[in-house]
Design a protein around this ligand. Sequence first.
Ligand code: URA
Length: 197
Amino acid sequence: MSELTDLYAEVAQCQRCDLSKSRKLTVPGEGPATAALMFVGEAPGYHENQQGRPFVGAAGRFLEELLASIHLTREQVYIANVIKCRPPGNRDPQTDEIEACRPYLDRQIELINPRMVVTLGRFSMAYFLGKQSISRIHGQPHPLDDRIIYPIFHPAAALHQPKYRAAIEQDFLQIPQLLQIEPAEPPAPAPQQLSLF
Ligand code: URA
């Protein structure tokens, strides 16, 4: 068995948090073990929990359309989530759940070693980049640990909201060139304003 398959087996038995009590199936992620491009969503929803696969509902179909816009299929990329079990009623993941699940995603990234991680939505963005505003930083590549972290809106949010939809479509179109070109160094922080008051 490969290390990735071992990891899937471990996730399937996981009881690190209470989501293990309400889940039907764990959703570890899927895709080629050597994918250069990895997508990280938030958490499994209803359909993912039923099927044990990431992004198989409406958001997944939109993700596949977005991939097609850059001539890729879902089989060519790795798709995972920050947490591997569905939160009841699709509520937001809690901090303790994200922390309990952290070793799994960290290990996946280590094993797959993607060139670029596209974060889908604010929870995934925060996982890699800390507290930021996704409206401000979406579509901006961030170098981290020898890879590019590329935050974009979540396809589920973008699906029905024209403003986010236009943004995610545009941000997607930058992916091919970002995969080939080194992103620029982030700008140096602005000098602190000194104030006497
Ligand atoms: N939304 C996510 O963030 N992940 C999925 O797998 C499905 C929907």
